[in-house]
Ligand binder design. Sequence first.
Ligand code: NAD
Length: 260
Amino acid sequence: MSTKKLALVTGSTSGIGLGIAKNFASKGMNVVLNGFGDASAIENIRANMAKDFGVEVRYNGADMSKAEEIAAMIKTIEDEFGAIDVLVNNAGIQHVAPVEDFPIEKWNAILAINLSSSFHTIHAALPKMKAKGWGRIINIASAHALVASPYKSAYVAAKHGIAGLTKTVALETATFGITMNAICPGYVWTPLVEKQIPDTAKARGITEEQVINDVMLHSQPTKKFVTIEQVAALAHFLTSEDAAPITGAIIPIDGGWTAQ
Ligand code: NAD
């Protein structure tokens, strides 16, 4: 069995998750990718990451809205690698609409993927992590774990829920060498953000350019998007020994958004 640490990053075929997976692989961790997308594009990402960084990279296409698929994914990984050392709960979706028009199936999907999936991964992976006596669990939450914005009822509810789950599991695992923290990015330019611009423009009755400047960057005093690489570097720090006393923390990386 490899002596390298093994990280599972959910939702790592795109955006922030892919950035975290690449960062971890570049620092010598074996990585399991997860998420949707074109099969050959995912295979290219997997093969290149393994070749570029000399680590084992696997892909598991479990649907994070399905508890049974999550449990099966964790078992497959543990059968090959043993305990998961670093678990990053990152998979997420967004939908923007006034609460009275919010489609019920979107509410259910956002709660399942952005909140319940983290419970299911932790529920399945924790026994082996505890037995090993070392682990790092990182939830990619959002500034929306700390503050709200209109028209994002499901997303804000799910991300606030993640903050509560983070604190609770941190307390339950504190004496087991395991930390659990939530990273709360402000706006990061990824497909998830790009896709919500037209709906936000519609919900607020403004142009797409106004959404970028007057809604998104307006929230962030730095007037800059956070980068994927900056979020990935913070996630990597949380896997280090220096970060051992950081647990149960809800950590903004948001250009000052939630300081206001
Ligand atoms: P993205 O759309 O680029 O990536 C989302 C990933 O999740 C993709 O790999 C996608 O395939 C995967 N995914 C979606 N549904 C899935 C499912 N049912 N099962 C498995 N995988 C699934 O988005 P992103 O911006 O990189 O977002 C990643 C995380 O960061 C999300 O949790 C999001 O809420 C959070 N976040 C993003 C921002 C931002 O500004 N981009 C800010 C704060 C928090």
